[in-house]
Design a binder for this molecule. Structure first.
Ligand code: SF4
Length: 467
């Protein structure tokens, strides 16, 4: 395993030819280490026979500890696993937890199609991006191959999302595979009773497969090893998910043990893990709000530790919103805060009399301020100052938000406080109050200190605007 650009550099052609788009091989080596580049991006390494051995060695050394498994095809392919660390601040977590929502083959056709569309069209706007759901899990509640095949056909006709085929009956899985074989579905699941037949299906159709053993890690590892020895590479582990608080400790411990062993080099169990929060609906909880609650609790716990793919049921907003938000947060790369472009933005329809504000380009800060302004009908100009994606308070303390930086951002945006507005005034965030004097000197403008919290901007504007 290699962790530094210098180590990766040894395997590169070292000609600095620039064909990869980087000025030097060392710069490219850095991209390999942070996984923003792949060995296939270096044409000489790929094309020239003399580098073949080094390429093979480098690929092996760069491979993540936990195998990366792809479900589906095309733009919406769901990649899971691929992690190298137990704690995200040691590097980052790759491949956000993928959320598959269930349908069953006993649903009425219209209800099935409607739910598939709902899963496909789900969209939640959050700090500048849309959070989406990842796939459809088709459960063979009928245990009838023909019925299952018909449901799988309906699903893949109505979505491009990846699918998971769910049954312990190999005949049912085969019927589904015949319909969806071009979609690289995930097979759920092989267990102690059906592993031989399901393993053969995975090999024959070349698809990823889940091995399942409830609360029995030895059996789970043994199944995974048997499959790996048979030549199946894309394996997902299902150690079982207890349906509610009872048993949660065991499930949690199993997830920890599996991931710790995988990261520490036990290749026999170094595969992505499946969590099944939808078991909350199968636990005898009759109240749907309680079932949704427990499902969301389980999804949250195993997003943090270490569910790579999940089967879920509830699409109520109070269930899906925390689930997709948490996954987005945990899998945000801590090395590069989410940032918006540093420029002047229009909120609403501002004119020459409208207020001018600035904030930082940390996406969470920017969109919070923008939303507080827009939802209160405040037409204004909002400058996002480049603070390397750091929020206001930390950026002021750390020197990323200074009067010079604000001046520079105004200049780069092309916005002239003396010409583009009539009032030559700018409003600073309350948390950057101490920049006021320096800003007035640097900008030659009047500087008003705004509220500490952008939620108070409407009240502030009522009292202080026009200046
Ligand atoms: Fe080096 Fe390969 Fe990039 Fe050329 S293409 S600079 S050889 S890493």
């Amino acid at each position: 395993k290699i962790n530094s650009p210098l180590e990766a550099y040894k395997y590169l052609p070292q000609t600095n030819c620039g064909e990869c788009g980087e000025p030097t091989c060392m710069a490219f080596a850095s991209k390999l280490i942070d996984r923003s580049g792949k060995t296939t991006d270096c044409p000489p390494l790929i094309k020239e026979k003399k580098f073949a051995k080094k390429l093979a060695e480098l690929d092996k050394l760069l491979a993540p500890e936990i195998r990366e498994v792809a479900i589906g095809v095309g733009d919406r392919v769901a990649k899971i696993g691929g992690d190298d660390v137990l704690y995200r601040h040691k590097l980052t977590f790759f491949n956000k937890t993928k959320m598959f929502f269930d349908v069953t083959d006993t649903m009425e056709e219209s209800a099935l199609v409607e739910r598939v569309k709902k899963i496909t069209d789900y969209k939640k706007f959050y700090v500048g991006r849309n959070l989406l759901l990842d796939g459809v899990a088709i459960r063979a509640a009928s245990n009838d191959p023909a019925k299952f095949a018909s449901a799988v056909k309906k699903v893949i006709e109505n979505t491009e999302l990846p699918v998971i085929l769910c049954s312990f009956n190999p005949a049912v899985l085969k019927a589904g595979l015949e319909v969806a074989k071009d979609k690289n579905p995930l097979l759920y699941a092989a267990n102690k009773d059906n592993w031989k037949e399901v393993g053969e299906l995975a090999l024959e159709y070349k698809v990823p497969v889940v091995v399942s053993a409830f609360n029995d890690l030895d059996a789970l590892k043994s199944l995974a090893k048997t499959f790996a020895d048979a030549g199946i590479k894309d394996i997902v582990l299902d150690p079982g998910t207890y349906p509610s608080g009872k048993g949660l400790k065991d499930t949690f411990t199993n997830f920890l043990k599996i991931r710790r062993a995988g990261i520490m080099g036990d290749t026999e169990i170094a595969y992505p893990v499946m969590a099944m929060p939808l078991t909350a609906w199968m636990s005898g909880i009759s109240d749907p709000v309680s079932a949704s609650y427990w499902e969301t609790v389980l999804a949250s716990v195993f997003t943090i530790r270490y569910g790579d793919v999940m089967l879920l049921h509830s699409m109520d907003p109070y269930a899906t919103m925390p689930e997709v938000h948490l996954a987005e947060t945990i899998y945000t790369d801590p090395r590069s805060p989410v940032a918006v472009d540093s420029k002047m933005y229009k909120v609403g329809t501002p004119d020459e009399n409208s207020p001018v504000l600035f904030t930082t380009n940390f996406a969470l800060t920017y969109y919070t301020v923008e939303s507080d302004l827009a939802s209160n009908g405040i037409n204004c100009w909002l400058l996002a100052v480049n603070t390397d994606g750091i929020g206001v308070e930390a950026a002021v303390a750390g020197g990323q938000l200074t009067a010079d930086k604000v001046k520079d951002a105004f200049e780069k945006s092309g916005f002239d406080l003396k010409k583009d507005v009539t009032h030559n005034t700018v409003i600073t965030p309350g948390l950057a109050a101490r920049l006021q004097g320096d800003l007035e000197d640097k900008l030659g403008s009047k500087v008003l200190v705004g509220p500490m919290d952008s939620g108070r901007l409407p009240g502030f504007m009522e009292k202080n605007w026009p200046p």
